[in-house]
Structure formats: C-alpha cells, structure tokens
Design a protein around this ligand. Structure first.
Ligand SMILES: NC(=O)c1ccc[n+]([C@@H]2O[C@H](COP(=O)([O-])OP(=O)(O)OC[C@H]3O[C@@H](n4cnc5c(N)ncnc54)[C@H](O)[C@@H]3O)[C@@H](O)[C@H]2O)c1
Length: 390
C-alpha cells in the first residue's frame, strides 16, 4: 500500500489517502480523540458514505455524551458549490455566516470574487464536484452547473456528470456531516424550470411533470437536473437527509458572465456595443425574468424554512423575446437594430412560474420589476465593458 496524498486539514478530521493497485482507501483521524476511521472508496459513491456513517456513528456512541455533542454541534461553515459568478456572490453579500466556495472555474471567474478574497469569513477551494469533497460544513448550497446553453452544450458529458455524480457527491457529503431533521444541517439544490421542458401547461406549477426531450442537445442540462432532483428525494426517503429543492426560472443581474449567451446578458452587451440585438426566431417565445437579489432571498428562505420543495423561484412577469429586446433597446440605445436569427433545437415556447407555493410556504415573492432591474445590470456591464453613459 502506498501513501499517496494528504488531502484535507480541517479540524477535527484529517484525511489521508492510500491506494492499492485496485482500490483507494481514506483514513479519517480525529486529533482530539486519537480515533481512526477507514472507508473504502469505490466507484459506488453510496458505499463510501454508508461505510463512513456506520463507523462514525459507532465511534460517536462510544464517546461520553457531552463530548459527542460538543463535537457534533461545533460551528461549521456553509458550503457553496460553484459559483464564482453569480448566486453565491449575492448570497455572501447578504448572509452573515462563514462561507466556503468550491468551484472548478468552468464558467466562473475569480474576478468576480476580488472583493471577498482574504475576507476572514470566506474561503475559496478549486474543486470539481464530480470528485468527492471531504470537509466539515453545515448547510450545503449545491449550485454547481453551467447554466448557459452555450457552455452546457460545449461540454454536455461534463454537464450531466456535474448534475449526476456532482449531486451524488454533495449528497454523500450531506450524509457524512449528518444533514438530518435532528440537526439544522441541510442541502439545497438549485434545480431549474428546464425540468418542465417545453411545457404543455401554463403557467407551470410544481405538480407538472414536464415535457422534456431525453436525447436532445439540451438534455444534459434538463434531464441532468431531473436526475439530480430524483437523487435528492431518494436520499431524503432512504437516508433521512434534510433536502431543499428550488426550481429556478430565468434569473438576471449584475456580475453575470457578459458573453455567456443568456438572453438578458446578450441583449444588454449588444446594446452597449451598438450591435444588433439578436432575437432567436420566432421571437414570440416567452420567459419570466427574476432579479438576482429576489432570487437569493427566495433561496435563503427555502433553506431556512421547513418545506423541502420543489418550489418554483421566479418572477411571474412574462415577456416575449421581442418584448425584452424592445425594452432593452428603449432603456439603453433606441438607435440599435433588432435582428431575428435562427433558433436552436428544443427551445421552449413559453415559461412562466406559478409561485403560489413560494408565496404561501415561504412568504416570498419577487419585488424588482424587469424595468427596474435592467438598469442595475446595465450599470455593471457598462463598468466592465468600459462603455460610459452617453
Ligand atoms: N441563472 C439562471 O437563470 C438559472 C436558472 C435556473 C437554474 N439555475 C441554476 O442555478 C445554478 C447557478 O446558475 P448560474 O446562473 O450562477 O450559473 P453559471 O454558469 O453562471 O455558474 C455556474 C458555476 O458553477 C461552476 N461549475 C460548473 N461545473 C462545476 C463542477 N463540475 N464543479 C465545480 N463547479 C462547477 C462554474 O465554474 C460556475 O462558477 C445552476 O445550478 C443552475 O442550473 C440558474
């Protein structure tokens, strides 16, 4: 057996990995109690976690009660998987807790994080969620996944791995840290309105099962998120993991990636550069746009509340793509041209959330209207593109 890697240094657990020709073992040492725990890591992710739990609980039972509680109740940070460019940053702005962000920089950029790097409550780890993560946290916001069609279509295999293996790993972590109803530890998944596919009901409420193409170019994202939801519920039913699922509808706001091909960022960047606003045909397809601070407020309420979801988080204001282009044109540059271009396959024709559940169960509804949110995003894009206001 060869010792290969010292992988973590977060008290009270220290992990060391060993490999044989066919297997990888992880040893957990607890410096406080001089105990060791061994788990076998195989491709069966669940086996890893079950094995650890069994030993861990056995070990806990052997400890005097007050020490066990002290160990279990230690303050632990929140984990945000992903998110260098969007939600986590806004979450961090409003929360008061210690935050660890894990991101593989697939679509995220460190630039967005400049403000927080070095902050005593903030820690950034380069980590891909398709690999297991062994740290101590209480709440897990599992947001890792490219959300722009340009990026998920660029690497669909990686995208579905992130949704399936990444979610398994995050659920494994939740299970290991004891996310159960007895404690306030829990895991939240940002699912998507894409689980409704090209919907046959309008507006979409959470009871609708969707109309999704399982083999299309968007399926890595749509079907990936559907499997992620399934995994969340299976871990909840089988292992008692405390879960939360948000089905997010189109969200926009400052710090979005300027050239990631999402419609609001596209139109704003095009208008600021004086380029034609490219509306994908026919232009009558609808979307509902939620400003990011409203969205984050919904996510935090869901995480802190008692309802597991899925719950739609979106703004019920519905706009055709041509209406959105007209609004951006009017607000930013009335001279700019609107050009209809070819669409991509499986583009949903309509999208509008029914947010009755969010209103009733979370006391949440969006406050920022599209016309008020767009100028805030315009201001941020102007700064980043170096385009002064006329
Ligand atoms: N923005 C929206 O309109 C919207 C709508 C519905 C759902 N969502 C969901 O919300 C979440 C965040 O969306 P966003 O708009 O900030 O997306 P984004 O693409 O801007 O950010 C995704 C982040 O995840 C990271 N990432 C991707 N794969 C990873 C991996 N394997 N391991 C670690 N990190 C990885 C990226 O580097 C990036 O920082 C996603 O789960 C997305 O599906 C977003």
């Amino acid at each position: 057996m060869t010792r290969i890697q010292h992988i973590s240094d977060h008290p009270p657990e220290v992990s060391v990995q060993y490999s044989t020709s066919s297997q990888l073992y992880t040893e957990y040492l607890n410096p406080r109690f001089s105990e060791s725990h061994y788990i076998l890591k195989t491709l069966d992710f669940d086996l890893e976690v079950v094995e650890f739990e069994r030993k861990s609980e056995q070990w806990r039972r052997q400890l005097p009660m007050e020490i066990t509680n002290q160990c279990l109740n230690r303050p632990r940070p929140h984990l945000h998987c992903e998110i260098l460019n969007f939600f986590s940053l806004h979450c961090f702005d409003v929360c008061n807790c210690e935050v660890i962000v894990a991101d593989n920089y697939f679509t995220g950029s460190k630039d967005n994080l400049r403000k927080w790097i070095g902050h005593p409550r903030f820690e950034l780890i380069r980590h891909d969620v398709t690999e297991p993560l062994l740290i101590e946290v209480d709440q897990i916001y599992h947001l890792a996944c490219p959300a722009s069609p340009i990026f998920y279509k660029y690497n669909p295999v990686k995208t579905i791995k992130t949704n399936v293996i990444g979610t398994l790993n995050m659920l494994g972590l939740a299970k290991r840290v004891g996310a159960s109803m007895i404690m306030s530890d829990r895991i939240l998944l940002t699912s998507t309105s894409e689980v409704y596919g090209d919907p046959l009901v309008h507006p979409q409420d959470e009871s609708y099962w969707g109309n999704v193409n399982p083999i299309g170019v968007r399926s890595c994202y749509d079907e990936g998120k559907r499997v992620a939801e399934t995994l969340m519920f299976d871990y909840h039913r089988q292992h008692g993991i405390e879960i939360r699922i948000a089905r997010i509808f189109n969200t926009y706001g400052p710090r979005m990636n300027i050239d990631d091909g999402r419609v609001v960022s596209n139109f704003i960047a095009q208008a600021l550069r004086g380029e034609p606003l490219t509306v994908q045909a026919p232009g009558t397809q609808t979307r509902s746009f939620c400003y990011v601070s409203d969205n984050v407020d919904g996510l935090i309420r869901l995480m802190e509340g008692e309802h597991i979801g899925p719950i739609n988080i979106g703004n019920p204001g519905e706009f055709t793509m041509l209406e959105l282009a007209e609004t951006v044109k009017e607000l930013i540059d009335p001279e700019v041209e609107i050009k209809v271009v070819e669409n991509t396959p499986d583009d949903p024709r309509q999208r509008k959330p029914d947010i009755t559940k969010a209103r009733e169960l979370l006391g949440w509804e969006p406050k920022i209207k599209l016309r008020d949110g767009l100028p805030l995003m315009e201001e941020d894009f102007r700064l980043r593109l170096g385009v002064p206001k006329k």
